[in-house]
Write a new protein. Structure first.
Length: 344
């Protein structure tokens, strides 16, 4: 890892790869007309911003990760020092699935346990108080991540206020009757189960509190810690939230869905504004891995069909400011900063 120009608080940053570049880079997009590469990583994947100056990544033998050792590291970009968070002997489909709370003080992750019957996952929360297992879940079925980040589409995330953590197996997966609930929300303080469903669906946290949105066939439902589950958008049967990504503005959500021009088999980039309850197609192009580069710039790419894990091809950037779509030199996206309103 090298940081000739370390990032600072207040900058709009993205963890990406560039066409012809040496590896994963931190790209400063604060000045959109003059982007700057702040740091370069020669190894790792599943990169995440913890803060503007701290990044985590998984080191595994990708793509032949099965049964190989792996580890999760944190890098302080200011001091350019790397520290080990946790390591494992045998990598599995879920070994790279993890998430930080907004303050960067707690980590949630799952471990594959192939010793039990049925095979199970152990769901952990790691905090300054220690590492504890909050639930044991059966593995069920999974499939490749169309966000180009690996073999699992599992949802695992803290609420924006860090009081709750959610886990959901991939939408539309097949689960055995004896499987534990594939969708759960637990309270961080004591691990208590506060909400669950026997089926799973596209899910995301949004805003600064603990508001969870779940697509349920005819509507987009909203759950809050008081236990209320109500319809937030009632015409959601007209679209599907494929891999929804909440925006740092606290109101917009990106996703992929069928193109309005009914191109057979083509999914395009969309956005949903939950403040106005309206959605729109951003481009009449194939678009997967739809993500916020900045609060106003959206990255997406067509895919190379065939194979278990598709690769991105023909990347583009959509600009909310003027509605333009332009080809991009960003070939793969991992994460961007800030994550939430008010972060710098």
């Amino acid at each position: 890892m090298a940081c000739p120009s370390p990032p600072a608080a207040g900058e709009k940053l993205a963890l990406v790869t560039l066409r012809g570049g040496p590896g994963v880079v931190i790209r400063d997009l604060t000045d959109q007309a003059h982007p700057v590469t702040r740091c370069t990583f020669s190894t790792g994947w599943r990169f995440r911003f913890i803060t503007a100056t701290r990044v985590s990544y998984v080191a595994e033998r990708w793509p032949n990760y099965g049964s190989a050792p792996g580890a999760l590291y944190v890098v302080d970009l200011t001091t350019q020092t790397t520290s080990l968070v946790r390591a494992w002997e045998n990598s599995g489909i879920y070994s790279h699935v993890y998430a930080w709370n907004p303050e960067g003080t707690m980590l949630t992750y799952v471990t594959d346990d192939h010793l039990g019957a049925p095979d199970s996952l152990r769901w952990h929360i790691l905090s300054p108080a220690g590492d504890r297992t909050v639930a044991t879940l059966s593995i069920g079925e999974d499939s490749c991540d169309i966000t180009f980040e690996g073999p699992s589409r599992t949802f695992l995330a803290f609420s924006p206020d860090s009081r709750y953590v959610g886990f959901a197996r991939p939408p539309w997966g097949q689960y055995r009757p004896e499987d534990s609930l594939p969708f759960q929300v637990r309270r961080v303080s004591d691990g208590k189960l506060v909400f669950s469903q026997s089926t799973t669906a596209p899910t995301f946290w949004l805003g600064n509190a603990a508001n969870l949105f779940i697509q349920n066939h005819l509507s987009l439902q909203e759950w809050d810690p008081s236990g209320h589950l109500q319809d937030g958008v009632t015409d959601a049967n007209h679209w599907r939230l494929i891999n929804p990504v909440p925006g740092p503005d606290g109101k917009n959500v990106l996703f992929s869905d069928q193109s309005l021009d009914h191109s057979v088999g083509m999914f395009s980039p969309w956005s949903l504004d939950l403040s106005s309850r309206t959605n729109r197609q951003l481009a009449y192009k194939e678009g997967y891995g739809v993500s916020f580069l900045t609060p106003t710039l959206v990255w997406f790419a067509a895919i190379q069909h065939g194979g278990y894990c598709p690769d991105p091809t023909k990347p583009y950037v959509y600009d909310f400011a003027d509605g333009t779509v332009t080809p991009s030199i960003i070939t793969r996206f991992f994460d961007s900063w800030p994550h939430l309103p008010g972060q710098s």
